[in-house]
Ligand binder design. Structure first.
Ligand SMILES: C[S@@+](CC[C@H](N)C(=O)[O-])C[C@H]1O[C@@H](n2cnc3c(N)ncnc32)[C@H](O)[C@@H]1O
Length: 459
């Protein structure tokens, strides 16, 4: 089975999460192609795409690959697919059963970011529309706004493409071209509700976006339903709410009484809104370095936390301020990791955000070292294997194996690190890397596509 996944903006984090969730679900995979925006995989079994989509905070769309073409040169997708689409194929392979006016869209993702196609999606949509109209079908084509060649999940959703027709997806590389159909898109409206509709939001200390909280929980390991996840810097309770939604039990604490109250209000709202069973969370008012005192009856499986990001700044702090802040945090986290050792069993993880100040367009000032964890017996777990990292150089994993989650408007970015209690386990993914694979299951191979006419628009 072959699938493509459209990755979120912080694509390295999205990919790390996808690999972690495959591991949890026992899915083995081969990478057929990978670019910042999209990854194409062959899996050892069919995926329940609805369940997978809901489980993944970092994946925007899941696409089922229906055909693969071997390219000869730099042909345009419209040239490769010149004779591919016909009335029968469109109706049988792409369109959903729907008796009203059909709506469809065409999205093109490029595996080679240096190549940009002009109006290719429009061109293909136009000839599909013509094929259907020639058969007296009433159809409407939805096209991304130029220069984009791919529809956003919002457009797919608002135009009901998955229920009234299809989103036809073309993923174009230098050697291969994949054709597929979108099966699911991320429920962005629900993530918005989980974030902005909460009754007690604390913009001042900052809240981790629900998607990122979900990703961090996925990176923390494989748990059984009702296992306990701890956030000892819980703030308004975002990580806790996501943990309960994923079927775990959440334990949260904070030094600030008001934060504990906010979490209580938010989790009660969340429980009702999302039909979470009662008794799935417990809150304490505590210093994080004393949290074990509250936990005699809880077997904590993992810690997932944003930690404190230090003082709130209106602009990037001067170096001495940063140094002082990092020093204070190191001291606090040293105590906190000593505390974790009291209840976390070997192999358990602490997935944590550390502050990283933006000091340039793409540069960050990080906490200078991770001694607070490593000197207390924790090791950093690679979010992505070195094999994949080496092959796909565009992946942004820091030298110390963390991933930065950044937002344009923010002064402090979040450096996400996976710590493991005890020695690092070699987690080489069950992936074998077959970029633009030699073997294709496609029965349709266009043998005769002129490559001489093809040229790409690099502007
Ligand atoms: C960045 S906020 C966490 C926000 C949270 N992730 C959310 O989404 O709402 C950090 C929290 O750490 C708490 N905090 C700071 N120092 C603490 C300490 N020593 N022990 C426990 N909590 C602490 C602050 O009160 C604050 O609520």
């Amino acid at each position: 089975m072959q699938y493509a996944f459209i990755l979120g903006r912080v694509y390295t984090l999205s990919l790390a999460e996808l690999i972690a969730v495959f591991k949890i679900m026992g899915v083995e995979f081969k990478i057929l192609a990978c670019a910042p925006e999209v990854i194409v995989l062959e899996t050892n079994k069919a995926l329940d795409v609805k369940i997978l989509q809901a489980r993944l905070g970092g994946v925007i769309k899941i696409i089922k690959i229906l055909d693969i073409f071997q390219k000869k040169g730099k042909e345009y997708p419209s040239q490769v697919l010149e004779t591919y689409f016909n009335f029968k194929r469109i109706n049988k392979d792409f369109f959903t059963e729907y008796s009203g006016k059909k709506q469809f869209g065409v999205s093109i993702y490029n595996l080679d970011p240096t190549v940009r196609f002009k109006e290719e999606a429009q061109r293909i949509a136009f000839f599909i529309k013509k094929i259907l109209q020639d058969e007296s079908q009433s159809v409407r084509a939805v096209i991304a706004q130029f220069p984009s060649q791919a529809l956003s999940s919002v457009l797919v959703n608002e135009n009901h493409l998955l229920t009234k027709g299809a989103e036809i997806v073309i993923i174009s590389g230098n050697q291969k071209l994949f054709v597929g159909k979108t099966m699911t898109v991320q429920n962005y409206e629900d993530y918005g509700r989980r974030d902005y509709q909460r009754p007690a939001r604390d913009e001042r200390t900052g809240m981790v976006p629900p998607k990122v909280a979900q990703i961090m929980i996925n990176l923390a390991g494989n748990f059984k339903p009702l296992d306990y996840i701890l956030d000892p810097f819980c703030g308004s309770g975002t990580i806790l709410q996501e943990a309960t939604l994923m079927g775990y039990r959440a334990v949260g604490s904070d030094l600030d009484k008001k934060a504990v109250e906010n979490s209580e209000i938010n989790l009660e709202w969340f429980r009702n809104r999302y039909h979470v069973a009662p008794g799935r969370y417990k809150l304490f008012h505590s210093h994080a370095a004393e949290i074990s005192l509250q936990l005699p009856n809880y077997k904590i499986s993992a810690v997932v936390t944003e930690g404190t990001l230090g003082p709130i700044y209106g602009k990037v702090p001067k170096k001495p301020e940063m140094v002082a802040n990092f020093k204070g945090l190191s001291k606090l986290y040293d105590q906190v990791f000593k505390e974790f050792a009291k209840f976390l069993s070997p192999g358990s993880r602490v997935v944590m955000c550390l502050p990283a100040y933006k000091v340039g367009h793409v540069d960050y000032a990080y906490m200078p070292d991770l001694d607070f964890a490593t000197q207390n017996g924790y090791t950093v777990q690679a979010p992505i294997s070195s094999e994949i990292k080496t092959k796909y150089k565009f992946l942004k994993v820091t030298e110390r194996n963390s991933i930065v989650y950044d937002r344009k408007d923010q002064i402090v970015a979040r450096e996400i690190i996976i710590f493991q209690n005890g020695p690092s386990v070699d987690e080489s993914e069950p992936a074998s890397l077959v970029e633009e694979a030699q073997n294709t299951n496609s029965e349709t191979a266009l043998a005769d596509v002129s490559s001489s006419k093809a040229e790409s628009d690099n502007t």
